[in-house]
Design a protein around this ligand. Sequence first.
Ligand code: IDP
Ligand code: MG
Length: 144
Amino acid sequence: MVGSITLAIIKPKAVELGHTGAIVHTINAAGFCIRGLKMMRMTRELAEEFYAVHKKSDFFNGLVEFMTSGPIVVVSITAENAVVSFRNTIGATDPKMAASDTIRAKFGTSMQMNAIHGSDSDKNAIRETNLLFAPEEIFDQKRS
Ligand code: IDP
Ligand code: MG
């Protein structure tokens, strides 16, 4: 593995709108290596655990509803300084506030449906990756 890891989730609305390919392309084009990728649907239990830090927020129930409403694409990625670098690539939480060349600005449709998730710390990147991927679904490769 080169550098550190982070976890991306292409959220249900972006998958439904057909943006999966463009977003995966953007991830690669921005210099990240993909070490795991799959389509899945979160159960309520998994979504509640994934977003446990937001349990007391007024947007928590809506967020869990939304994240379980359809298939998502989860991507485990690696890069130098992966967490910070990927947060810069996705942009601010609110797509309207995100810089114009970011994934959320291009593909997000609302604060809730902001196209993509990115881990906010190395610790959470590991926790989230372990929640969504089994060890045999991860493929670390040497860069050629
Ligand atoms: P982040 O995804 O940029 O780290 P967080 O504050 O961790 O933002 O919130 C997690 C997710 O919850 C956001 O990506 C978004 O989908 C949703 N969310 C955050 N704030 C709001 C809000 O005020 N209204 C509706 N949904 C929200
Ligand atoms: Mg967050």
